[in-house]
Design a protein around this ligand. Sequence first.
Ligand SMILES: [Zn+2]
Length: 375
Amino acid sequence: MESGNGTRQAEALGMMALAAWQWAGGREGVPEQGGEGVAWLRDAGGYVFAASGYRQRPESLQEVLAILRAPIGEIFPARVQEDEPLLDRQDRPTIRCEEILGESRAFPPHNSPGRSLQLLLLEQAQQRVAEVRSWLKEGRLPGGSWAYTAFRRFLIEHPFTSDLTQLRVEAGQAMPAEVAGVLVDLYEEVPNWARDEAGHVYPCPRCQWPMAIQEDRIACRGPVCWRQGVRFDRTADDLVPHDWPLPEEVQVWPGGSACVPYGIWRYTVQPGLGELQLARDLQAIPAEVQLWPELDAYDLRVSRNGRDWFVDVKDWENPVSLGQSLVPLSGKELTIVVPDYRREQLDYLRGRGDEKRGFAFTTAGEFFWQVRNHE
Ligand SMILES: [Zn+2]
């Protein structure tokens, strides 16, 4: 895909998600013709026309709504794998829609009537990780930076457990007891949508978080897991794999199994898998790697043959939002590493002129060779 086009599509998708959100929010009761939600839909029609292969600008509201209710992959052929729409059958924003919005600066404000409970829960979960970080910083929890690293790594490596007692023991071995206590309190009961009729849970073979169980399919909700083909068709008495071997089937009992909440899985576990993988690859060179140093000032500090790199790993859908979110690291160059499958974002990011403000942009694969070749 040509890179400018990819950026334009990501932007269009962001604006369409916002329009879907505004439409749903402004739609308590009867939608008013000419109301604000309608104006957003008109704009969305324009974005679709500009960024997709549509020959004609969708004119009527019904046409635009049909597009927002269609799988994203049908609108943008380059995203053919994405089968979730922006609006569900009841015209509520889907999780995918909320994810796209979550990256966007144009996110609706806190008091907006359209904000869903789901989204509030998501933010609360993230706040709890941030809280642990500030308690460690202030000394209200012991262990400082190393305890934070252990805490975060543990969450990424244990998003689900079938044995909460065992998890408590392992956490106690990995970090100070007080921090382990706070960590175990973060875990929740496995949600209903992740259990089948017989009370089985299927942890994702990539990220280990419980997969969503639907009538005809079991699949991980993580965009990267999805892209890597973690989904299984469900027939009357069988699971049919696509790209991954069949998942383990875990019988869960009330009180014995638990998982991290959605927000922690989405914003700590999912990106954390990429961070840990890069760290493992670099350590094998060998290079010295510190994860989330200085209480998460950045993701990785990499050292080899007398040189240090300061790295943030960024797996963002929208390179424009990513560019806007960048905060320079005082006195150091911050290397922004995007996954190899987001290579197309580099042209846009480098073209912003941020390299003069103390950033370098590269992919995980290129960064590996940069470190490897540094003699
Ligand atoms: Zn997964």
